[in-house]
Design a binder for this molecule. Sequence first.
Ligand SMILES: NC(=O)c1ccc[n+]([C@@H]2O[C@H](COP(=O)([O-])OP(=O)(O)OC[C@H]3O[C@@H](n4cnc5c(N)ncnc54)[C@H](OP(=O)(O)O)[C@@H]3O)[C@@H](O)[C@H]2O)c1
Length: 390
Amino acid sequence: MSSEPFTLRWGILATGGIATTFTKDLLIDPQTRDASDIRHVVAAAASSTSASRAAELLKSINAPPTARAYGSYTELVSDPDIDIIYIATPHSHHYHHARLCLNAGKHLLVEKPITVNAAQCQELRKLAREKGRFMMEAVWTRFFPLSREVCSIIQEGKLGDIKRVFADFSFWNDVQKEFGTQHRMVNPDLAGGALLDLGIYSLTWLFMALWHCQPADKRQEPAVSSAVSKCATGVDETTTVLLRFPGSGAQGVAGTSIIVATTPNAEHPNPGGDAVRIQGTLGDLTVDYAPRPRTYTLTPAVNEKRGKLADFEYEVVEKFKEIPGGGHGMFWEADECARCIRDGKLESEICGLEETEVVMRVMDQVRRQGGVVYPDVIESTESPLDGFGV
Ligand SMILES: NC(=O)c1ccc[n+]([C@@H]2O[C@H](COP(=O)([O-])OP(=O)(O)OC[C@H]3O[C@@H](n4cnc5c(N)ncnc54)[C@H](OP(=O)(O)O)[C@@H]3O)[C@@H](O)[C@H]2O)c1
């Protein structure tokens, strides 16, 4: 392998909150996280409204002067000096913007949820394969070293058989006052609601423990039950999902809300918190915060009848992992994109598209059970680009 790091040239599609945070992380030297095999270049950013808005984004994060600012997404995808595009528009627009990028021959990292529904996700998978382009949903949580370590603990059998997982990601808002009706968190036209925005992180932990960390031949789609309470705009405000995985019979409970919080009045980090609880026959493992995990606590079962965890000798293990380089922690998913593209892979093994689609199918069922309906134009697999800022 060459000693020169592989360089991935990024185009940023959208200029909102998370586009800014992600692009800032791209600019952090990978050496600060002991990565010397890849490097990222912020080649350009685009706004659907004006080039000056894209220029402001680039300026606000001290992007290099070589980074170009575009006033339309079409111009961005036409730039031959971009390898991959990061899509950070509202959920409703992901499908349409992803098609635009794939048709222009770009690799893709698409913010969560990858699409509004599973049918759209399936169409994108087909198109990405046809075009021979890499595509991944930006579930950054999966790439935290702490999440990787939790997966290893499960896969090495240190918790025994996993039987139950609870996970919650909710944060408190005065929904009416803070969001009104137009904000993307509550606006049905933008596929708002707790489930698609926050609940996907709770589901991610259920799926990491009960699907991803299980042997491939044991992965089966779960049965889904749910309770949904809506806010005034008709999207879900508080949702609880109950999954039962066939075969193992393991159960998962995923909670999400935009009106009550996982941990009231507590700032993250919340060491010792248990936003996620993974329960095995030999012990429990809790994680402090679902989307951005920094601490896990492993408590072996101190119970002769349940056997003994040899490695842990009944000791409680608490581990804290700082996010290096002053970043937010989004660079690890970017590093994964670079390595996959360097190695000619079309999908990540840590966040593969089959699992992404199964999670989308679960969310489809929950919305159906709770009667959360979005306008046809954003549920459709047709792709008129009119009205999607292109
Ligand atoms: N990974 C995470 O931790 C995380 C955190 C927050 C959000 N997200 C995800 O990232 C995506 C964007 O969230 P955000 O919080 O960054 O949203 P935001 O601040 O509202 O930004 C969305 C951006 O999309 C563009 N856009 C295009 N058409 C739009 C339309 N019709 N209405 C509103 N904006 C439109 C706008 O930029 P231009 O028009 O200037 O391009 C806008 O700034 C969502 O999918 C969300 O789930 C992920």
